[in-house]
Structures are given as structure tokens and as C-alpha cells.
Design a protein around this ligand. Sequence first.
Ligand code: 26M
Length: 801
Amino acid sequence: MTKEEIKKELRQRLRDTYALELEDAGPVELFYSLGGLIKAISNEKWHKTWKNYLTEEQKQVYYFSIEFLPGKLLKSNLLNLGILNEVRTTLADIDVDLEELAEVEKDMALGNGGLGRLASCFMDSIASCGLPGNGNGIRYDYGLFKQQFVDGYQVELPDEWLKRGNVWEIRRESKACDVKLFGNVYMKRLANGKLQPVAENQTTVRAVPYDTGMIGYQNGIVNTMRLWSVEIPISEEAKYQSLDERRTVEDLTAVLYPDDSQESGRLVRLAQEYFFVSAGIQSIIRYYKKLNLPWHSLSEKIAIHINDTHPAMCVPELMRVLVDENGLNWEFAWDITVKVLSYTNHTIMAEALEKWPIYLMKIVVPRIYQIIEEIDRRYVTTLQGIHSQDLIQRTRPLQNDQVYMAHLAIIGSHSTNGVAKIHSDLLKSIVLHDFYVIYPERFNNKTNGIAERRWLQLANEPLANVIDELITDSWRKTPQDLKLLMNYQNDEAALTKIREAKLVKKEELANYILKTTGIEVSSNAIFDVQIKRLHAYKRQLMNLLHILKLYFEIKDNPEMDITPRVFIFGAKAAPSYTYAKSIIKAINEVANMVNTDRSLQDKIKVVFLPNYNVSLAEKIIPAADVSEQISLASKEASGTSNMKLMLNGAVTIATLDGANVEIRDAVGDDNIYIFGLTEKEVYDYYEKQDYSSQKIYDEDENLRRILDAFVDGTIPNIEFEGQEIYDALLKFNDEYFLLRDFHDYVKAQEQINQDYKDSMLWQKKSLANIANAGNFSADDTVKAYAEDIWQIEPIFAHTEK
Ligand code: 26M
């Protein structure tokens, strides 16, 4: 498209939709008009892609995820269509700043954190690798809550992301499905002697899909992310007399549940899970039937991926559709189901492993519960005599009046993977060891990855441009090419350019911090960043203990030699997770205490930026010098901010947890600061049960002073929260070993303080991190899924044949 064509199109759209001329349009009208234009451009490719998959009968994967977290799509769509620069300069010609338009778009925040963001990185990569793949999820009216701080406390506000409408989606009423919930089911014997389930008093809701094009990186491919929204079927309208009754249906897709174990027992959440699973499976089977192929070929055309256990009802739902609705016999249907499905585990945290009370399942999805009972019954009988009674009992889906969703997912699929080497190993050796004994061939690892397009090309243009100058722009298509940067390890001019690019982003962030919080920070300071959900196991509190240590040291010795540091936090706490909220309050109070104390001479500053989300991540990550990845070893399945931060030249301080282990292997010990207990040592403590945080407290004077600060009034305004934290660490014996790892953590931090002073030494470490971040490309991760698990092929490979 030429600049003139772009201008002409924009003019036309502004007239047609807003009755405005270009000169009179504001950022909102311009954003929606530009969005419409982009959609028109991509629609042609979208239709071609779809037709191609259909006529070639390409095997496709459907990635079922209850969360997707794409963030904003404007610049990413422009980049992937290959028109980012044309559009930017065209707008500049008419005095419009693309960045200002981009700010108009609301983040699409239909996810909590790592799991949802991973799903969106995968969508970008699947399209960019030319793989036939689709997303299947829920179109929540409200995404993850907006976070504000009031007196240092987290306050949650609704996320009204759809208020001005969503330019990217297409509502496809013609593709709607009916989903049936509640009621009761009994088995009726037919004339031929077969049993048939008959349902009574069911509630039928309509699932209406909204499709969003997932545009591949400059390859003409546009895949589909299909999100389902609930509606009352027209035929049922008469049944809903009052607004209240209508509301109970409409509530189904109203809001995303914040990752919150206490909320996980809720009826609506279970209904959400079944809703998008059932609608997704039905629309896949409807498509498959159009191909007119025999049922045994289903697994040659369709792969369905279960992202964590939230979509685990795919197992009984696919069985239901095959057996009840299409008359297949159980054994045949089961064989197909296992071949079609695969499952990823994202956590070993016991409280996050989903279990649903049987009584609730019977209420919400009675037929699905019957099928689960049959799966359970057959599981037990099939393994009889092959494995021990104990093992069978421990692994069956139904136990303790609950349905174990992970058991269902593993038994009903052909592949179970973890998301980093150490995590997958732990699954095999401990967490899911019983299943590993039964199905060793089903277990595999797929280390997470990230979309470099968003996290470097878009988020960090200054660095991206320097990299182009040094090694050409081949890395933009092939992130592995970033390795070529290793040739510049001793090139002072190159290292300086990279440092200057970092400085640009640090100044931008410093301005943002000043504007949004009023806190002044210097871009000469080390920007030390911890950004992730607030969870005890991620140990934001240990970071805070270190800050307090520095605070006391500077107070005692105002002239101490320390490289100025800005500690930057971003984190949301689940609304009912009181301990996490107390930590937020404590960080905010320490921040206030530190930032207003002139005697510290700006040696340390603490900034807790509210409402951490994808867009804020895009501002923070490029500006980071230090990446905090300090979870207790064994607890963080993978982490992905660790990868995004290294890609942007931050140097990591980390425990040997999740993908940190592979990051260390990639960059080498000289370019990462590793500290703390290993996963094995953590498990040794569990076995011996001889950990005593009190003992460490008693023996360490400095640590005593730091912990006492929480209860002796040193940190103001945390009477309640301070006590809660103090008790967690001492009275309740410090579940996540903060005190045990603290000393080692401090030593690693002191080394960072030293090393940062030697600018070239530091830049060299930073360079090694950028250069090796190509190892963590989501492109490679999805290719591995495609080959090992889904057995799907890129569309180019197919057309070349
Ligand atoms: C639970 C109950 C009610 C509502 C929501 C939840 C829930 C939602 C998401 C529980 C867990 C959820 O996600 C777990 C998760 O995000 N795991 C993270 O996955 C990332 C991608 O694999 C990893 O990088 C992180 O280490 C892992 O914590």
C-alpha cells in the first residue's frame, strides 16, 4: 500500500463512520478507522488461509485455553502485515502520532498471567510459522480487574475493555452452537436394546463465537482465535421472564475469574469451563463432518490441546459428541479421543491443581459426570492386574467425592507435557510420578518461549535498530540469529550503542514513573525489576527484605558506596489472597518511607507501578537492568518474564527454578547471578522436616532488625499486615524458605552492585543475554509441539510439495 492509498482509505472511513474529515478527527476516531482498514487488509488473507486449510484438508490444531492475554493488537498487526513503517510515516505526514493512536486501544486482558500470555505468544508464533492452528476460549465482557492503590492497598476495579467496541473481532452468529447445562439425565432402553441418555429440564444457552484474526509475521497467513460469548437463544426467550433470570445466563461469560484458589469451587466457573469446551468441540466436529471422512480419520485432521486442566472436560465432551450424538461405540470413541487430545501442565502448586466436587458436577453437567464415571470405571478395570491396587486408586479420576481434572486430562490424552526441563522432570519424578509409571511414553517437555516480535521488535525499537546495524535484520524472522551478537563481546563501540539504547528506554520509563506516581528516579541508577503475579512462592517479600537491608545500611552509614538502584515492582494479587495483599501494602509503605527520606540521597528508590499488564510490561521490560527471578526452587513451572527481560538485555538474578535453569545453560555462569537452595535441597528439607526459620532469625542480627521492622513501627501503617508477614516468616516457619535463601541472595546482589560499576563488564553480560534469548523463541516451541504432539505441518511446506 502506498502512503496515498493509506490516506485515501482513512479519509473514506472517517467520512463513512464518523462524518469527519481527516483534519477534524481525534485519536479515537483515527484509531477505529485505522483498525478497520487493517482488518480489511487482513480479511482477504484470513479468508484465503481458511479456504486453503479447508480445500487442502490440512490437519489443524485447536488450542483450548480459558485465558488469552494478547494485550493491544494495533502495532502488532501492523508489524505482522509488514506496513508498520508506512503507516507510521503516513500518519506523521498529517501530524498524527501512531503511538498516540495505539494508546487508545484497551488491552485485551482475558487472562491472569503467564498461562494466558503464553497462549497469546503461541497464537502469534503458530500463525508466524505458517502452522494451521486456532485458539478456542471465552470472550469475557470484563477482563482481569484494573488495579489501583489507595493508601497503599490494592483496590480492584472492573475492566471495561469493550466499552468503545472491539475493532478486531467478527461476530459470527451463523456459527453459533447450543450448550446444555443443568437438568437431569436418565438412561432409556431403546427397541434395539441399546441404552440412550435422555435429558430433562436442561438449560440451553447459545454460544456465539467472536473471531479475531491472528496475523502471521509477513507470511500471508491469518489464523483464527475464536472466543465464545453466551446469549439467550431466541427460542428460549419466553422462559426468561425477569431481567434477573436473564442475568444468570448472561453472567456465564461476564467476567474472568482472577487466579484464586478460594474462588475455584464456584458453580459459574465450572459452567464457564464446560461452555467453551462444549462450543469448541461441537464446532470442530461440525467442521470435520463437512469433510465427509470416516471417524477413524479424525485424529489425522484434528488435534485439540488442553491448556492446563481448565479445558479438561474436552475428554468427556468429545466422548459425548462421538458416542451420544454420533453413535460411535465407546472403545472406538475412546481410541479417537486419546489420539486427538493432548495436555500441558503449568503448575505443581497443590492448591492450583483443579478438583471439582462431584455434587457440583452432577448439578452443572450431569451427562458429563456420567461419562466421567464410566471413564473412571473402565480405567480401574483395565488396569486391574497390570498395576497395584494402590497405584490404581491414587490415579483414578474420581476420589474423595471429587473429580481430579489433571487425572482426567492425562488418562484421556496421548501427551502430557511440562513447560521447562526442571518442571517436566519434577512431574515425572514426583508430582505425577504415578502416571509416569503407567504411561511413561506420554510424558514430555516443551520449554516455554516468547514472541520476540512483540517483546523486542515492537517494545524496544532502539535496541532492535542497534541489532540491525550490527548483525543485519535476519533475526527478525529467525530469532536464533541473535547469536551473531556474540561476535561483539569485546567491541566497545557496539556495547556502547547497546547501552545507549537501554538508556533511551530507561529515560522513557523514568518519565512514565514521574507522570504516574510523582516519584523521581534517575536513569543512571540500576533499574531492578520484579514483574509477575503476587504469590508467596515468587518471593517478592524476599526482594523487600533486601531493600530493607540496604535501607538500614545507608541509614547507619550515609556515605556507603552503593550504585544507586531503583527497585521496580509490578504485580496484581488475587482479590481474596489476603497475604499477597499484605505484601503489596508493605512494599508500598516501604516505598513511601524510602522515597521520602532525603538522608538516603537517592541511593535507593522503590516504585510499585499499579495495574501491571501487557502494555505496562512493554514499558518496563526494555528499561530493566536486573531481572528478579527468585521463586523458591521447584515452584515456578517455567516463568516467561525471565525470557522477555533477558531478550532486552537485563541480567538475571535467579534461583535454579523453571526456565532459569535453561537460561543459565544458555548464557553461562558468568552472565547470570544464581543463588539459593536447589530443588533437591528443598525436597530434602521436606523429607527431613528440620527447617527452622526461628533459628536463622535468632542467629542473624541483621535479619532480626529487618523482620522486627514489620512489627515495631519502623515501617509505618502496617500494624496488621506487618504482623501477618512476621508470623508467616516465624510463627508458621517460613513456608517458602525466604530466610534460608536470604543470605545467599544478598551476596548475589552485592556482586551485582560491584559488577555494574564496570560498565563494559556489565554490557558484556547484557549482550550475552540478548544474544542467547533466541533460544527461547515461541516459534521454536510451537514447532516442537507441532512435530512431537500435534503432528501438524506448516502450510508452506505443504504447498511446496
Ligand atoms: C484458578 C482458580 C480460579 C480461577 C483461575 C485459576 C487459575 C488460573 C490460571 C489458576 C492457575 C492459572 O494459571 C497458572 C499459571 O499461570 N501458571 C504459569 O504458567 C506459565 C506458562 O506456562 C509459567 O511460565 C509459570 O511459571 C506458571 O506459574
